[in-house]
Design a protein around this ligand. Structure first.
Ligand code: ADP
Ligand code: ZN
Length: 744
């Protein structure tokens, strides 16, 4: 038997091997195999069984080994990988590498583990006695009665703080059973130690939830590819609808992928979801997939899915590649979330890949959000996706009040630049006295690259691209990062003539200092990418905040979503303008999303929340529409602008960046290339640039970028890739292509 193998990492082509007789029965398309290449050994995925008829079979080597006796990359994932390789212009070997976690490739972590489960149940009397005589044993026993399946003995003991003696006594008595098994997943082994082990009970659906669920049931029953956009305001109970839909797919014998943004994967959500999902499908473990898993845990979960023992996975972006069998439903929560886009090769978008995977499987894809991406929204408007709405919050709770503070007036009042408005300061002091908490948000990036007039709020935009011009201090110029349009930086505001146009914004550190000045006795914590480089630190701060040990949390968007803090009754958005004037055509959309999400999160407990937004442009759409969480109103206006400038969703964008030590040389080749592309694609691509990147120079490497606009990526990407391979790039020019970029 001959097979064609895609090597993982290193070789981007199909290589042929003979299969030794002992493995012939087991090797199939998707098998993970060990292969010799030259003098080395590497891993590969079997892509085809059989060889072209005129193939020189005699010279073939044998493949060495089979890692798992089932296909490690199921057929649908292999097909998905091939599609991604073309669409995202990324090498196939790297994509397969992304799909198969390192631990899986190393076949790490399958181990023998002692499990315990309920034996002969104790009657009430016996339990009462046990309660008195041996409270430790009773505690363990009660815990085990609440589990849906055998659990890992050592872990549970450690977790409950119960000694081995107690367990053994119960086992001897027959109340518990002990078994030894090669486990593929160790129950409760993850580091979510603070997650409560409570069973979350289903809610009775309200009318809107029921209507949405009924519509979804019909879609899922069709057993064919389709996409639904569930647009439901924050707090409308979308999760409950997802869970019902998942139940439906599982009851039908199908498998499910449930994607949530990484930040939303808190111990609390995981514990709640897992408990609910495992009660829905008691015979099937729910695998949780996130970046904090140990190697063993990852292999365990992966193994359970690949062998069909588990049928459901919950996880962040990369969980879209989990080997779920018989896929019937994919749920993408917070589908607008930029975190679904991977910022390194392969630069895929988890949501778009989810839609494609559903398509390859004839499955249904459910996208949910309070503020859908305009891409998904447009697809729904055009009838390509089914569009469902949920407009009421559970219990008709009101959305928190959004209080817009005009910073232009604030500056006049304080006769100078202030970081925190009076209103925000008073609000924080008030909360501090009442022992309630405050969150202050700032823009993701701690600098402002645009120039904004502090008197009238004017920002210079590129006349061709409708994005903010970026200020370059080196030559006192304003430049557009889309098309390269350039002009001298004005000294006075072009609109109102005021002299103070060179405002550069505020960083988290400045805000922290300002808060310390007005609340000297408060405990303040700062949370941004600088202070949070360690993963555990992030969790630690959040858990301290939740426990009320911090009064004011200052942070970037990274703390905005998926978080529930009932004691937070004030949220301040310190610099709404900065996020509105990023040199990014999605800046307004992002700001709107941020405001609505933030408002939806504050005051979730009994107390009502207040959101204070500081801005120099209170009249901006993103701010005005967010005050009533009016997504449709916002989308209507924003889509008009997108249409005028033919931005996504009206066309696709491809970003091509060029990096190298020599700026003249770099620009020369980028120019040559851009003009070549223009010539090769006279009708299908619009080329803009080269222009300098927003960050012109990183570690002595200069950066330029070229943008392509197209109506169909698949129509142009193959040829574009080929031209790119053929082009004579100098060695010191690195170029990277990003299809449908999100974080510009
Ligand atoms: P969304 O994701 O739409 O913002 P959630 O799914 O987080 O909203 O639900 C908001 C809250 O309402 C949660 O605490 C959830 O447990 C609760 N909830 C959801 N559905 C119901 C229901 N039918 N009855 C009562 N409470 C519900
Ligand atoms: Zn421009």
């Amino acid at each position: 038997m001959i097979v064609g193998v895609h090597p993982i990492a290193g070789f981007d082509k199909l290589l042929h091997y003979k299969v030794p007789a002992r493995l012939e029965d087991a090797v199939a398309v998707g098998s993970l195999v060990r292969i010799p290449i030259g003098r080395r050994f590497t891993l590969g995925i079997v892509g085809v069984v059989g060889a072209p008829s005129d193939f020189p079979i005699d010279r073939l080597k044998n493949l060495t080994d089979l890692v798992y006796d089932f296909p490690a990359l199921p057929a649908d994932l292999l097909e998905l990988a091939k599609w991604m390789a073309v669409y995202y212009a990324a090498p196939l070997d790297g994509i397969i590498e992304t799909m198969l976690p390192g631990a899986v490739r190393r076949a790490a972590g399958l181990k023998q583990e002692k499990l315990i489960a309920l034996g002969t149940a104790l009657d009430d009397e016996a339990l009462a006695k046990l309660e008195k005589r041996a409270p430790q044993q009773a505690k363990l026993y009660r815990f085990i009665t609440q589990q849906f399946k055998p659990v890992a003995k050592n872990l549970v003991l450690k977790r409950l703080g119960v000694g081995a003696g107690s367990a053994n006594a119960l086992i001897k008595q027959g109340a518990l059973r002990e078994m030894s098994q090669q486990v593929k997943r160790v129950a409760y082994a993850d580091d979510f130690s603070e997650g409560e082990l409570v069973a979350a009970l289903p809610h009775l659906l309200n009318a809107e939830q029921q209507a949405a669920f009924d519509a979804l049931k019909v879609e899922i029953a069709k057993d064919e590819f389709g996409v639904t956009l569930l647009q439901g305001v924050t707090g409308s109970g979308k999760t409950e609808v997802y869970l019902r839909a998942i139940h439906e797919a599982l009851a039908d014998g199908g498998g499910v992928v449930f994607l949530v943004p990484e930040v939303a994967l808190t111990p609390q959500t995981v514990a709640r979801l897992r408990s609910r999902l495992e009660s829905i499908a008691p015979d099937h473990a729910c695998v949780v997939w996130h970046s904090h898993l140990s190697e063993g845990e990852r292999v365990d979960g992966w193994h359970e899915l690949a062998t069909g023992q588990a049928r459901i996975v919950v996880g962040a972006r990369s969980a879209i590649f989990a080997p779920v069998q018989n896929l019937r439903l994919i749920v993408v929560d917070e589908e607008h979330e930029p975190a679904y886009k991977q910022d390194e090769t392969p630069r895929y978008h988890g949501r778009d890949v989810a839609v494609m995977r559903a398509k390859l499987n004839g499955a249904h894809c459910l996208l949910g959000s309070a503020t859908p991406s305009l891409e998904s929204y447009a697809n729904a408007q055009a009838g390509r996706y089914k569009h469902l709405h949920m407009k009421q919050r559970i219990d008709d709770r009101e959305l928190p009040f959004i209080d817009v503070v005009d910073m232009r007036i604030e500056i006049m009042r304080s006769r100078g630049l202030t970081t925190l408005s009076q209103k925000l300061v008073h609000g924080m002091q008030d909360r501090f006295e009442k022992k309630e908490q405050t969150i202050l948000f700032l823009n993701r990036r701690g600098y402002s690259s645009s120039m904004m007039c502090r008197s009238c709020g004017h920002v210079e935009e590129c006349p061709h691209c409708s994005i903010s011009m970026t200020y370059h201090r080196t030559d006192e110029s304003l430049r557009c990062h889309m098309c390269g349009h350039e002009r001298g930086a004005p000294v006075r505001c072009p609109k109102c003539e005021a002299p103070d146009i060179r405002w550069r914004g505020t960083g988290t550190q400045r805000v922290e200092e300002a808060v310390t000045r007005v609340l000297p006795r408060a405990r303040i914590e700062r949370m941004d990418t600088d202070t949070m480089s360690k993963k555990n630190r992030f969790r630690q701060v959040l858990s301290e905040f939740r426990a009320g040990k911090i009064d004011v949390l200052v942070g970037t968007q990274m703390i905005a979503k998926g978080l529930d803090f009932p004691n937070v009754t004030l949220v301040g958005l310190v610099d709404a303008d900065m996020s509105m004037h990023m040199p990014d055509f999605r800046a307004t959309e992002r700001t709107f999303q941020l405001l609505v999400q933030v408002a939806g999160r504050s005051g979730r407990g009994d107390r009502a929340g207040v959101v204070i937004v500081q801005t120099f442009t209170p009249q901006a759409d993103a701010i005005q529409f967010s005050r009533h969480a009016d997504f449709d109103g916002f989308a209507e206006g924003e889509l008009k602008i997108r249409k005028d400038f033919q931005y996504p969703p009206y066309r696709h964008l491809i970003h091509h960046s060029f990096r190298g030590p020599n700026p003249e040389k770099l620009l020369f080749f980028a120019e040559q290339w851009a003009r070549l592309v223009e010539k090769e694609f006279p009708d299908q691509l619009e080329v803009r640039g080269p222009a300098p990147s927003p960050i012109e120079k990183v570690k002595d490497h200069y950066r330029f970028q070229v943008w392509y606009f197209t109506h169909g990526v698949s129509r142009v990407i193959g040829k574009l890739n080929q031209k790119r391979r053929e082009f004579a790039w100098p060695d010191d020019v690195i170029q990277v292509m990003d299809v449908d970029p999100v974080n510009l």
